[in-house]
Write a protein that binds this ligand. Structure first.
Ligand code: SF4
Ligand code: SF4
Length: 206
C-alpha cells in the first residue's frame, strides 16, 4: 500500500470540545452527588446485608474445590495429572503413588494421589480442572466464603479437599455442572453433554 493510500485509510478521532463547566468536572460532580443523595434518602438498603442475609448463589457458580470419594470412601482421583496439566494458573500439585497391589480394594487402579494440593489463592476458578478430570474426581462447589489468616492455610491439601466433599455431598447443591463426567445443565456445554451417551464404569458421583 502506498504512503498516500495508507494516510487516507487512517481516520483520526476528534477530541471532544469541553465547555468551561465540563473542564471543571462540575456537571459530573453534581450528577454523582445527586445520585448519592437520592439513594441516601430513599431508605432502601443498597447493599447486601451479608452475612445476616446469605447471597443466592447461581447454579453455575464455581467455588471451593472438593476431591470426591468413591463408593468405598477412597479418594476417587487416579493421579492422572490431567487437571494439573489443564490448570492455567498452575496451582495444582500432585504426587502420585502406586496403588497398594496386595490390597484387593485397590485392584481397580494403578495409582492414587499420595499428595494433592490446590493453592486456592492462586486459582482463578475457571473450572478447567473439573472439565479435564476423566473420573469426575475434582469438582468446584458452591462454597464461596473462603477465608484464612495465612497464605499457607489457603493451600488446600488432600485431606482438606476431601473434607469439603464430606461437607457438601449432602447439601443438594453440589455439584450441578458435572454428572458422571458429563457436564451438567449449568454448563456452557450443556446441550453437548445432554446428547452424549453416559460413560461406562464410573463410580459414585459426589
Ligand atoms: S479452577 Fe482453574 S485455576 Fe483453579 S485449580 Fe482448577 S484449573 Fe486451576
Ligand atoms: S483429580 Fe481427576 S484429573 Fe486430576 S489427577 Fe485426579 S483423576 Fe486426574
Amino acid at each position: 500500500m502506498s504512503e498516500t493510500k495508507k494516510k487516507k485509510s487512517v481516520k483520526w478521532g476528534e477530541e471532544p470540545k469541553l465547555s468551561v463547566l465540563d473542564a471543571l468536572y462540575l456537571p459530573a460532580i453534581v450528577s454523582g452527588l445527586t445520585t448519592a443523595m437520592r439513594h441516601a434518602v430513599s431508605g432502601k438498603p443498597m447493599t447486601r446485608q451479608y452475612p445476616e442475609v446469605e447471597p443466592e448463589i447461581p447454579p453455575n457458580y464455581r467455588g471451593v474445590h472438593r476431591l470426591n470419594r468413591d463408593e468405598e470412601g477412597r479418594v476417587k482421583c487416579v493421579a492422572c495429572y490431567m487437571c494439573q496439566t489443564a490448570c492455567p494458573a498452575n496451582c495444582i500439585e500432585i504426587i502420585a503413588a502406586p496403588a497398594p497391589k496386595d490390597d484387593p480394594h485397590w485392584k481397580d487402579r494403578d495409582k492414587y494421589p499420595a499428595t494433592f494440593t490446590i493453592d486456592e489463592l492462586r486459582c482463578i476458578y475457571c473450572g478447567m480442572c473439573e472439565e479435564a478430570c476423566p473420573v469426575d474426581a475434582i469438582e468446584l462447589t458452591s462454597v464461596y466464603d473462603l477465608t484464612g489468616m495465612t497464605r499457607e492455610e489457603m493451600i488446600f491439601d488432600k485431606e482438606k479437599l476431601l473434607s469439603v466433599f464430606d461437607q457438601t455431598v449432602d447439601s443438594g447443591n453440589d455439584p450441578v455442572r458435572t454428572n458422571r463426567g458429563i457436564l451438567g445443565p449449568a454448563s456452557e456445554a450443556s446441550q453437548k453433554a445432554k446428547d452424549a451417551p453416559p460413560p461406562p464404569g464410573r463410580g459414585r458421583r459426589g
